[in-house]
Design a protein around this ligand. Structure first.
Ligand code: SAM
Ligand code: SF4
Length: 312
């Protein structure tokens, strides 16, 4: 699927719930999802149907996200359904890892190819503070279980926050030197609760670790490696280095609305559509993809929703 700016859209980020087991300060209100904002989530069948229609339109990679996908009832059925779509070459899942220790094996068996695990600090006290309710040891056990279940290429998502985890940058980079993982440092975006933490540009990683050497890059990430490192460091810089020109993705919220861009308020309802009508609506969404976001200039996102309602 080509959009108006000749970008080839092959990647669907499909949110399976807006609920979550954690309350990260930069993402979710302390009291959780306000009732009036909690969307009625699509059924397992509806989500799989959306993924199938997107695959018919040219999508080749699907990422399940949320909220927290592992709290979604039927998550394994969703994984099985999406992984069975022949055109879907890669099924990924982004998780906070809190429930991964018991679910890593079943997720692997259900056809998940790769995991991204969000972990902003390696210090138990800081983890408890930032997530309000989480325990670092659960995530560490989850990562171990994922490796034992046979997951490779796991990525750690680290949102950079000034005066919170800037002093941990060398520790995270060291993880990517010792283990075959990609540590992805992500710039905090001014969306939803994002203002509850302080922005730190990804350049801080290169300043803190001057021995990092360029190791290529994908559309959205610049990659680096420490000399002799087993893994890589990725920088995702939506604020400092806009990557809209190589954006290859669309998003669908858990209540079945297609967002052509994370940072635009535009949404195309997919709920209730099937077959050709569903495919047409997806193509309409791709055609509506804006050229770029303006967050870096305006300092705010026009997403109109919190991050846990979109999926990152
Ligand atoms: N609950 C899962 C998790 O935390 O991995 C999946 C959903 S979460 C919304 C997806 C990613 O978005 C996480 O890595 C999270 O840290 C990131 N995120 C949330 N709010 C953000 C913000 N304001 N700026 C940048 N990243 C954010
Ligand atoms: Fe939940 Fe993920 Fe948001 Fe944290 S970042 S509150 S784990 S959805």
């Amino acid at each position: 699927m080509r959009d108006r700016y000749a970008r080839n859209i092959t990647y669907l980020r499909l949110s399976v719930t807006d609920l979550c087991s954690l309350r990260c300060r930069y993402c979710m209100p302390a009291e959780g999802v306000p009732k009036r904002e909690h969307g009625d989530a699509c059924s397992v069948e509806e989500l799989v149907e959306i993924a199938r229609a997107a695959a018919d339109c040219g999508v080749r990679k699907v990422r399940l996200t949320g909220g927290e996908p592992l709290v979604r009832r039927g998550i394994l059925d969703i994984c099985r359904g999406v992984s069975a779509i022949p055109e879907v070459e890669e099924l990924c899942l982004t998780t906070n890892g809190a429930a991964l220790s018991s679910l890593a094996g079943p997720l692997k068996d259900a056809g998940v190819d790769r995991l991204n695990v969000s972990l902003d600090t390696l210090r138990p006290d800081r983890y408890a503070y930032m997530t309000r309710v989480g325990r670092l040891e659960d995530v560490l056990r989850g990562l171990k279980a994922a490796a034992e279940a046979g997951f490779t290429g796991t990525k750690l998502n680290v949102v950079l926050m000034k005066d919170f985890n800037d002093d941990e940058i060398p520790g995270f980079v060291d993880l990517a030197r010792r283990y075959p993982v990609e540590v992805r440092f992500i710039e905090l975006m001014p969306i939803g609760e994002g203002g509850n933490a302080q922005f730190l540009p990804a350049q801080a990683v290169l300043d803190a670790c001057p021995d990092l050497r360029p190791a290529g890059g994908s559309g959205v990430a610049r990659r680096y490696r420490s000399p002799g490192g087993r893994g890589t460091v990725g920088l995702i810089e939506p604020m400092s280095r806009r990557f809209c020109g190589s954006c290859d993705r669309i998003r669908v919220t858990a209540d079945g609305r297609l967002k052509p861009c994370l940072h635009s308020g535009q949404e195309i309802p997919l709920r209730g559509l099937r077959g050709e009508a569903l495919r047409q609506a997806i193509q309409e969404g791709v055609a509506a993809k804006p050229e770029r976001h303006h967050m870096d200039e305006t300092g705010r996102s026009e997403a109109g929703r919190n991050m846990h309602q979109i999926g990152g």
